[in-house]
Design a protein around this ligand. Structure first.
Ligand code: SAH
Length: 298
């Protein structure tokens, strides 16, 4: 938000046009805009803890775009009883419609996105923005990924298979949102976070959702989880200069890995392990993620 600008008035409950963007489109052309790319780093900077809330303009354009183990209790996803009225099924449904317009075709992915209450992963001050198509700050200069890119990565990981994936690994739990979505489409999900307070935050966010097939780990995700075995899907929520070899090695034969690669100019890559010593790489679209970093913090 530019200096001296008043924070937008909160409207409770959010109306559908606010979520789908038609209300924003009616606003003045000087209103702050967020890029529809995965603007993780830029948004994290914009939403530094002391900064005020911005109201992004929503666009329907398709973006170019051995650690400690925490077991979570038993998968019914229910919104918290303390929800504010702004959190409605209609708002989430509008997000699903927008995702479909943006090109997400996999019905199982759309259903998973509809099942997970994204607002529960966002601090209350930003909850009114939970269903817009933007990444949002979660602290420690990290972000919850933009809904489009969450759905897109899971769609390419699933590759149109009929049933559930069996074992999936996520690098970069952050607030736990994508892990919760993954848990709707995979039998077992493991997610690693390198920043301890975020790992704890994710655990807290997820506790009341009772997702039995999700395991959170605190550690360096660049090492993967060799003790667990091979994964038929691996997803990186942070961008490195290349995909760590340890992760390539932990892919099952026939497995898929989706990852952003690069620094400033990042691209989303889909890697398939076709044989023991053979991987193929496909470049999908431009994207923007926070950096993949080695080691742990906190
Ligand atoms: N999956 C999240 C996105 C979190 S942002 C969502 O649902 O929106 C990416 C996260 O990756 C950050 O929390 C960051 O700390 C984490 N990260 C970066 N490098 C990592 C590494 N080597 N191991 C584990 N997590 C890492």
């Amino acid at each position: 938000m530019s200096q001296g600008q008043e924070p937008p008035k909160k409207r409770f409950p959010l109306t559908l046009d606010l979520v789908t963007g038609s209300a924003d489109r009616k606003r003045s052309s000087t209103a702050p805009r967020l890029n529809s790319l995965q603007t993780a780093t830029r948004n994290a900077a914009k939403h530094a803890p002391e900064s005020k809330v911005v109201t992004p303009t929503i666009t329907s354009a398709r973006p170019l775009n051995t650690p400690a183990v925490t077991k979570l209790a038993p998968t019914v996803i229910q919104p918290r009883s303390t929800n504010s009225p702004l959190v409605s099924d209609a708002v989430r449904k509008a997000m699903i419609q927008r995702l479909a317009q943006q090109g997400i075709k996999d019905a199982k992915v759309l259903a998973a996105m509809e099942a997970v209450p994204r607002h529960m992963f966002i601090e209350p001050g930003l909850a009114s923005q939970a269903y817009i198509d933007a990444s949002l700050p979660i602290g420690y200069h990290q972000t919850i990924s933009q809904p489009y890119i969450v759905a897109r990565m899971i769609e390419v990981l699933r590759d149109g298979i009929e049933g559930k994936m069996s074992r999936v690994l996520e690098i970069g739990t952050g607030c736990g949102y994508q892990a919760a979505v993954l848990a709707q489409v995979a039998e077992q999900v493991y997610s690693i976070e390198r920043i301890r307070p975020l790992h704890e935050q994710a655990r807290n966010n997820l506790r009341s959702l009772l997702i039995p097939n999700l395991r959170l780990h605190y550690g360096d995700g660049m090492l993967g989880l060799p003790q667990v075995g091979s994964f038929d899907g691996i997803i990186l929520a942070a961008a490195g200069m290349e995909v760590p070899q340890a992760l390539l090695d932990q892919m099952a034969i026939g497995g898929r890995l989706a990852a952003p690669v690069g620094t400033k100019n990042q691209e989303l890559r889909l890697i398939r392990r076709v044989r023991r010593n053979e991987w193929t790489t496909e470049t999908l679209e431009r994207c923007h993620f926070v950096p993949l970093r080695p080691g742990t913090f906190g």
